[in-house]
Design a binder for this molecule. Sequence first.
Ligand SMILES: CSC[C@@H](O)[C@@H](O)C(=O)COP(=O)(O)O
Ligand SMILES: [Zn+2]
Length: 204
Amino acid sequence: MSPLPAEAVETIRAAGRRLDQRGWVPATAGNISLRLADGRIAITRSGFHKGFIPEDGAMAVDLHGRPEASNLRPSAETGLHCGIYRRFPAARAALHGHSVPATVLSRRGGDHLELSGYELLKAFPGLPTHEASIRLPILDNDQDIARLQARVEQVWDAAPDVPPGYILRGHGVYVWGEDMPGALMRLEALEFMLACELEAARLP
Ligand SMILES: CSC[C@@H](O)[C@@H](O)C(=O)COP(=O)(O)O
Ligand SMILES: [Zn+2]
């Protein structure tokens, strides 16, 4: 059991501050992870405010979410992060936030949100133009994370071209990327488009 690399911990703490600056991690909401070079997953410990993650606020788990240190409690949603890393070998960073637009829009119903015509779609892989769309899955929230992850996998199985993100209804967004800057960029792009959708829904 080796300690987490200091650089990985700092990357996670900086991402937490960024999410907090944007208002996406109220109270103790949100969680953040990185896949380390040795294959372990570094993830935020449960219950901290993500804008103020302490130096010991991240810990290592394996790809199945099993903690290295049994006295520490990883994020309650570790199973969702590990599900992403198991499924997508290129994923090296995953972010989860609770923004107002994601929460409000997902509570309107439906099993997906179609985002089309936005220049910022180009932040997503394989979309070189705004003349494209992504179908962002919306899944009903569930406190049983293993059951929720099983449903996420059903959605991925049914539509292999799903974008690197999804929404949990009334809860928040998950996004992943090939590194932390990539995941942050994607989350920002997605949150911008969700905020636009919310504004548009308010127009008469
Ligand atoms: C403020 S309650 C939010 C939690 O239930 C959960 O959804 C969340 O995002 C943070 O949980 P955590 O266990 O700190 O990773
Ligand atoms: Zn959450």
